[in-house]
Design a protein around this ligand. Structure first.
Ligand code: UD1
Length: 341
């Protein structure tokens, strides 16, 4: 029996693939390399010393998914594949809804046809929207302000409906907070195409001299120093959360959403200073107006993950910063020489 990992060549998917292989699972990866690179697969093999089956196609192709389910013996699915840039989703809503929702529907349909009942879905803290107080707990109402966020909300709702209709079904939506850092080997990490949108890869590229300075989006929030506060979580901790969630789905039925965060918020300035201290570099920055759509503060209540998945984050902020820099230094152009930054 194998675990199907969609988007397994991506940032979080590749770290999770390693955890599963190390834990002795057989895995099958589907990826279309729309935001990753074939070399990731070699690096997963190199790090683990293990092999796996790989298919290259886009999940909007229902027929190809069915062929995979017909050929492989799939026990559970971890569904990472999806577009994830908020700003781009606002400009290209059809592309986002098509890619993120048709894909998951195709996967769910194939699961139904082939009697595969267990799925772990990559959700996001973005579903807590604007109005919830921190820390965010899973019982809070969910909402979105852009097509990317709605694709997460809609998928969570679909999973809840399927679980209601199918007593043997088990879905875990993992609501990620802010994944950062990289594998200790320095061989896999986050490889944004073009200028990064997210804070940590942006800081790394400033440290590397690829970008001139960091633009901090607002210093007039009601936070410790006026800059936005987030719950940054080491991607290796996040990957381990999927392993625990997989074990949970093998023993339970129903539908559940679980936060994967540390429960600790850090401001943008705290992140800048932590990165400087951990890596002995200087990050020049300027203060710019707030970025549209940003909240002041977001961090998790991680209690449920501890109780149900027996999981909690163990990596420190210093480790997050050091591993992000280790990856950046070893791979100045990410995975591809063609990446232009
Ligand atoms: C963003 C998305 C979120 C998505 C997540 C995926 C938005 C509004 N939110 O979360 O939906 O699930 O990425 O990883 O895009 N910052 C700067 N300068 C920068 C970049 C970021 O000051 O160049 C600040 C932001 O204002 C924020 C913090 O750093 O306060 C974190 O930003 P980011 O890494 O983009 O994550 P989120 O906005 O939390």
């Amino acid at each position: 029996m194998s675990i199907l990992i969609t988007g397994g060549a991506g940032y979080i998917g590749s770290h999770t693939a390693i955890k599963l292989l190390e834990a002795g699972y057989d895995i099958v990866i589907i990826d279309d390399f729309s935001n990753s690179h074939p070399i990731v697969l070699d690096r997963i093999r190199e790090i683990t010393g293990k092999d796996f089956t790989f298919y290259e196609f886009n999940l909007c192709n229902a027929q190809k998914i069915e062929q995979v389910f017909a050929k492989e013996s799939i026990e559970a699915v971890i569904h990472f594949a999806g577009f994830k840039a908020v700003g781009e989703s606002v400009k290209q809503p059809i592309t986002y809804y098509q890619n993120n929702l048709i894909a998951v529907l195709n996967v769910l349909h194939a699961m139904h046809q082939f009697h595969v009942n267990r799925i772990i879905f990559s959700s996001s803290a973005t579903v807590y929207g604007y109005d919830n107080p921190v820390p965010f707990t899973e019982e809070m109402p969910i909402s979105a302000t852009n097509p990317y966020g709605y694709s997460k909300v809609f998928t969570e709702i679909m999973l809840a409906d399927i679980a209601k209709a199918s007593p043997d079904f088990c879905a875990v939506s993992l609501r990620y907070f802010n994944p950062v850092g990289a594998h200790a080997s320095g061989k896999i990490g986050e490889s944004p195409v073009g200028t990064p949108n997210n804070l940590m890869p942006y800081i790394s590229q400033v440290a590397a001299g690829k970008l001139d300075h960091l633009a901090i989006f607002g210093n007039d929030y009601d936070t410790i120093d006026g800059t936005g506060v987030r719950d940054y979580i080491h991607v290796v901790d996040l990957a381990r959360g999927h392993l625990n969630a997989l074990n949970y789905t093998l023993q339970h039925t129903g539908n559940i959403a679980i936060n994967l965060g540390t429960g600790q918020g850090y401001s943008v300035l705290e992140m800048v200073h932590a990165f400087e201290k951990a890596n002995h570099v200087t990050i020049p920055y300027t203060i710019q107006p707030r970025r549209a759509g940003d909240i002041a503060t977001g961090y998790a209540d991680p209690t449920k993950a501890k109780q149900l998945l027996h999981w909690e984050a163990t990596h420190t902020l210093e480790e997050m910063c050091a591993s992000a820099w280790h990856w950046q230094k070893n791979n100045p152009n990410g995975y591809s020489e063609n990446h232009t930054n």
